[in-house]
Every structure is written in C-alpha cells, then in structure tokens.
Design a protein around this ligand. Structure first.
Ligand SMILES: Cc1cc2nc3c(=O)[nH]c(=O)nc-3n(C[C@H](O)[C@H](O)[C@H](O)COP(=O)(O)O)c2cc1C
Length: 339
C-alpha cells in the first residue's frame, strides 16, 4: 500500500472533520474543534507546518558511503530514530467512533513499541479512562510516556503512581492544558502550576519528568528550575491558544537558553523525515508527531503506522545521505542554509 492509499483508507474512518489529507497541514480542519483543528483564528497548525517548509538544508555528498545511523536513546530506551508519537486524547470526540481513548492508546503504544519508537499517552480527565489508556504498558515493558494534565496535586499523584507501577521510563505533563475548560469542570484547583508546585510534583515522581507546552526561553528556564529532565517545545498544535508562533520559530531561542542542560523535544507540523532533519539541525534532540500518527493508525492499524514510520525513516536517512551526515550528531546548524 502507498501512503496515499493509506490516507484514502483512513478517510472514511476518521469522523467528519479530519479529511486524512495526504499532507496534514491544518488547512482542511483549520478552525474546527471538536475535531483535530485549532482554536480561532485557526491557523496555528498550518503555521507550524509551513514554517518547517521555509527551512532549506545544505547538500554535500563528498563523504563516505556508509548507511546513515539514526538510532538513539531516550531515558534508557533504545529508539530506531529520534521520533516518537505525541499524546492524543478525546478520540471519540475528535475523530469519531473507531477508537475510544483506551483502545487508541493501547493500539498506539503497542504499534510504536513493535516499530522501535516510543508512544506518549494523553489524559482526558477520568482516572479510570486514564488507567485504561495505560493498560497495554506492562506487556511492552512500560515502553510509553504517560502525559498527565495539570490537575490538582492529589489527582496528579494518583496518575504518577500508576505510571510508575506500569513501568514508564519517564512521565510528562502538558502544562499548556492549564486553561482548558474541562480541567476546571473536574476540579477548580486544576490549572497553571508554579515552579515550586512543579518541583514538588517532579520530586514525588522520582523519574525523568518532561514538561510539554514550552514556547519561550523564560518558560524553559522555569522548567529547568523545577527539575524537568526534558521539555517539549509545543503549542499543542494550536488547540489551546490562537495567535501563537510556530514551534519551529521559537526552537532556536529555547535551545540557546537550555544550552544542553536538559533534553529538548519538539512537536507541531512535523510530517516527513526532512522535517525531522530540520528539527534536529535546529537543536532538538527528539520530535513528536501527533495527527498523522492517528491517521495512519486509523487507516490500517499497526500496519498503517509501520508504513508511515518506514516512510519517515527512509526520508530521514536519505536527507542524511545527501547532506553528508552519518549519525545524528552530524546534524547541526551547519546543515541549514543561511543559519
Ligand atoms: C485530537 C487531539 C488530541 C490531543 N490530546 C492531547 C493530550 O491529551 N495531551 C497532550 O499533551 N497533547 C494533546 N494533543 C496535542 C498533541 O500532542 C501535539 O502537541 C499536537 O497535535 C501537535 O503535533 P502535530 O502537529 O504533529 O499534530 C492533542 C492533539 C490533537 C489533535
């Protein structure tokens, strides 16, 4: 099956808003929520995608002829490339009936594990549903990252305990979920956290902790101060606030601020191996891909995800070959035109 055929197969299974576009660039779904779109004015997902396309890479094929190696390690777990699946929740609401949150997350983490990458799991509010989302973890040796919403302390602690019990190598929090109305419906104390509150949570976890939703050098510094082991440069794909810059635009300033002290992960509009290369060249250590992973899984379950990931890996290795990069550490700012 080709990727186009996979998207054609996914389309009727995706609910009315997602059009399973060949290039998932946020234009067809734009201002549509519930659905995979984004908040008004509805252009952040498209800006995320578009800004990657403006970055040109430098070609140099005077080099050895070995196959590029893009294997890497993520908190003690080996990955076949620096790509992971982003957390997505609210599947029925956003994508229709094919998957509940537990069935999507369980299928996702197993398919990711079988294909050599890590899957992040989202959080929709209900503890039993969150538990269901994590239930496939023990059989894959805990190979997944639960991503907890910024609930009140007790609810965060309950979820951390579960994540540890199921063997998670790291735990994440999408701190940018702070303003989401459904958080307040569950508990009025849910929402933004201070550095001190985050430090307490991170100490309680006693595991590498990842703060997702960092968009400024100042916020990155606060995450470091709180004890985060990694950040995800993310604007939640435009789903929490309109009018944000693309993640690609803010990445260099954040990388400069972090200066290698913690890992930098990025998401938002990364669709191809070329985009992965661009992100690594701008200083990210890993990338997350959200919407197209869902489309691939809806289209043909694990085989669909394998097809998409094989495509990304082949593209990344091809760009590495054509830019004289034999390993990930060869990909740096010198490979970006004009940087
Ligand atoms: C339908 C949907 C649900 C999402 N749910 C979550 C979530 O539960 N937790 C989270 O941290 N991010 C969530 N996200 C944001 C993604 O993890 C990711 O940051 C965003 O989609 C940008 O990546 P992309 O452009 O590759 O899709 C969700 C995104 C979508 C489209």
């Amino acid at each position: 099956m080709t990727y186009k055929e996979l998207m054609d197969k996914a389309r009727p299974q995706m609910g009315p808003i997602c059009k399973a576009c060949y290039v998932c660039d946020g234009r067809a779904c734009g201002n549509n929520m519930p659905g995979p779109g984004c908040k008004p004015p509805g252009n952040v997902a498209n800006r995320n995608y578009q800004k990657w396309q403006e970055i040109c890479v430098n070609m140099d094929t005077i080099c050895g002829n070995e196959e590029p190696d893009c294997e890497c390690e993520f908190f003690g777990k080996k990955l076949k490339m620096p790509v992971m699946a982003a957390p997505l929740a609210g599947m029925r609401l956003h994508y229709g009936d094919k998957h509940s949150d537990p069935s999507y997350s369980q299928a996702l983490v197993k398919a990711c594990f079988n294909n050599g990458i890590m899957g992040f799991v989202g959080d929709n509010g209900n503890f039993d549903i969150f538990k269901g989302m994590l239930e496939a973890m023990p059989e894959i040796g805990g190979f997944a990252v639960p991503t907890i919403k910024p609930w009140h302390k007790q609810a965060v602690y309950e979820r951390i305990e579960l994540a540890i019990k199921y063997g998670a190598p790291a735990i994440a929090m999408d701190i940018d979920g702070a303003g989401l109305p459904f958080l307040k419906q569950y508990n009025l104390d849910a929402g933004s956290k201070t550095v001190e509150e985050l430090r307490e949570i991170i100490d309680y976890a006693g595991k590498p902790f990842i703060i997702k939703g960092i968009m400024t050098p100042v916020a990155a510094e606060k995450a470091i101060e709180a004890g985060a082991a990694a950040i995800v440069v993310s604007n939640h794909g435009g789903r929490v606030l309109g009018g944000l810059p693309s993640t690609c635009e803010v990445l260099p300033g954040i990388v400069k601020q972090v200066a290698g002290r913690i890992k930098v992960i990025i998401d938002g509009g990364i669709r191809s191996g070329l985009d992965v290369f661009r992100a690594i060249a701008l200083g990210a250590d890993f990338v997350l891909i959200g919407r197209p992973v869902a489309t691939a899984l809806f289209g043909d379950d694990e085989a669909g995800l394998k097809l998409y990931l094989d495509k990304i890996e082949a593209e990344l290795k091809y760009v590495m070959t054509m830019t004289g990069c034999k390993k990930l550490s060869d990909i740096d700012g010198s490979k970006i035109f004009g940087a």
